[in-house]
Ligand binder design. Sequence first.
Ligand SMILES: [Zn+2]
Length: 112
Amino acid sequence: MTAIGDISKKNKMGKNTTTDVTLYEVEENSYLLDTPGFQSMDIYEIPSKDLAGLFLEFREHLKNCEFVSCTHLKEENCGVLNAVKSGKISKQRYENFVKIYNDLKYEEEHKW
Ligand SMILES: [Zn+2]
């Protein structure tokens, strides 16, 4: 298993406390979220729009996005993309984000 990185998730109570969880790539297109103290959760429970906020180092840049609905994939004036360009976010991490985002999006569109 490859650890993609530590990410945090708001707990179900909606409080601002975060729980450190680790995102693993189990195999191609299969992910596992390891959440201490909580049951393992399926990554597809994460709404695609919330994914960027789960990457800790993306967070501070999200507020620089021009649009609230920014997908951070191709928008102009995207805080995340600008941070990737200027080297504040590693390309590798960003590529992981894009890959997972596309998977989540695909699942959402094919859910019904
Ligand atoms: Zn953005």
